[in-house]
Design a protein around this ligand. Structure first.
Ligand SMILES: NC(=O)C1=CN([C@@H]2O[C@H](COP(=O)(O)OP(=O)(O)OC[C@H]3O[C@@H](n4cnc5c(N)ncnc54)[C@H](OP(=O)(O)O)[C@@H]3O)[C@@H](O)[C@H]2O)C=CC1
Ligand SMILES: O=C(O)C1=N[C@H](C(=O)O)C[C@H](O)C1
Length: 252
């Protein structure tokens, strides 16, 4: 039996999908067996003999794609946003019926971003205030970013575990949206600007001081080592892993 990884990329003509196609083609241990656009039926994955699927499509389609892969015993590495807790729970239930199958949902594949989110969660228990500013290219369809949502979830969990109260905020009157979105009690602000790729700042404030943790993806090449790591690991990690940090030893 071959140890090579037979990969189908969904969303293959997109900004991320086209990078992933090239990364898989250049990986010595992988074969790109299918590259699907929105017009291609999902059965093409099976006909091509894929063992692994990479989903880089849109929030409205990703759940259908990933459930199709799991139902057919294929491992999936997912970068697409839109994986709410409800969707993840449904997917975990499906995976329980397919004990050998693994899925990685990675809100961000860039190592620096994963580390920045982990550091921010660690730091957030020591600061009175925390807010997130995410900045992206204006062709992005969702706001706030999946990365910002994940970062806010990690921060909120750490603060809750440490008994840190909500960030102070005396706002009594504001225009809609002026204070950003509330994600698990953390304010998240989304900027869309031509020229940007994917960037995030976590602002942590205490009396007389501020700590800013910033990560910048200047190029989508930054995401490809994480995609390839996911493809190499996912079959060894059955069930659902949410966040690439689940595959890294972050010493926590
Ligand atoms: N986890 C991570 O590190 C990263 C995640 N992302 C996320 O990845 C996703 C894709 O981003 P990006 O590449 O910039 O987006 P693009 O819009 O460039 O690409 C999306 C692709 O999805 C396809 N698509 C659209 N609608 C459907 C549909 N109904 N069924 C099947 N395919 C469809 C399109 O196919 P077609 O070409 O045929 O129209 C398109 O190629 C987003 O959710 C984004 O947030 C982005 C960067 C990094
Ligand atoms: O759409 C993008 O570009 C990105 N999407 C992901 C997100 O929503 O977090 C990852 C990265 O920020 C780029």
């Amino acid at each position: 039996m071959s140890n090579r990884i037979a990969v189908a990329v969904l969303g293959a003509n997109g900004r991320m999908g086209s990078e992933a196609v090239a990364a898989v083609e250049n990986a010595a241990d992988m074969d790109l067996v299918a590259a699907l656009s929105r017009r291609d039926p999902l059965e093409g994955i099976l006909e091509a003999g894929a063992t692994h699927v990479v989903d880089l499509t849109v929030p409205d389609q990703t759940e259908t794609n990933v459930r199709f892969a799991v139902e057919h015993g294929l491992h999936a590495v997912v970068g697409t946003t839109g994986w709410t807790e409800e969707r993840r729970t449904g997917l975990s239930e499906l995976l329980a019926q397919r004990p050998g199958t693994g899925v990685l949902i990675a809100p961000n594949f860039a190592l620096g971003s994963v580390l920045a989110s982990a550091f921010a969660a660690q730091a957030a228990r020591y600061f009175e205030s925390v807010e997130i500013v995410e900045l992206h290219h204006p062709d992005k369809v969702d706001a706030p970013s999946g990365t910002a949502v994940r970062t806010a979830e990690l921060i909120a969990a750490e603060r809750a575990a440490a008994g840190v109260p909500a960030s102070p905020d005396a706002t009594a009157k504001s225009l809609d949206g002026a204070r950003g979105a509330d994600v698990d009690g953390v304010r998240v602000h989304a900027v869309r600007l031509r020229g940007l790729v994917a960037h995030q700042e976590v602002l942590l404030g205490g009396p007389g001081e501020q700590l800013t943790l910033r990560h910048d993806s200047y190029d989508r090449a930054s995401f490809m080592p994480g995609v390839l790591l996911g493809l190499r690991e996912v079959a060894r990690r059955p069930g659902l892993t949410y966040g690439l940090d689940g595959y890294l030893d972050l010493g926590r």
